[in-house]
Design a protein around this ligand. Structure first.
Ligand SMILES: [Zn+2]
Length: 143
């Protein structure tokens, strides 16, 4: 279980090796490709095959609300392709999907809820939307 309020929870499941992971990926984690590093670790430690992994991206800050006015200092230039036109917003969902795909996770095995936490403060906590310290939990388990 991890706790988030705008950050992504990226859940991975390898049904063959019976391995699960739950990655807390905020924008700093996205910039550092924590998702790709986790997939690499699953391969090394558990013999997982990325093409067999199932991945899910939790409700989190969407491209509609992920504004980074200081992006030139905070986000490396090779990731500026995720910037939304003239706006200083970034599509971290697409970035995560690409980071998974770059490691060999099949696009059809990636599910993104595409639910923005800042737009949906009626059902999720959003740090950006509410300046709250409250979090919601993202849980994965294996029976
Ligand atoms: Zn939004």
């Amino acid at each position: 279980m991890i706790q988030v309020a705008d950050c992504q929870s990226v859940m991975l499941y390898d049904p063959h090796q019976k391995v699960i992971a739950n990655i807390h990926s905020g924008w700093r984690g996205s910039v550092l490709n924590i998702i790709g590093k986790c997939v690499d670790q699953m391969v090394l430690d558990f013999g997982c095959r990325p093409e067999k992994l199932l991945a899910g991206i939790s409700p989190s800050l969407g491209p509609c609300c992920a504004e980074f006015i200081h992006y030139k200092k905070e986000i490396p230039e090779h990731l500026w392709k995720y910037k939304q036109g003239d706006r200083d917003n970034f599509d971290f969902w697409a970035m995560s999907q690409d980071q998974l795909a770059e490691k060999g996770v099949r696009k059809e095995n990636i599910r993104n809820m595409e639910t923005c936490t800042k737009c949906r403060t009626d059902i999720f906590f959003s740090y950006r939307g509410e300046k709250t310290v409250k979090r919601f939990a993202s849980v994965i388990s294996m029976i």
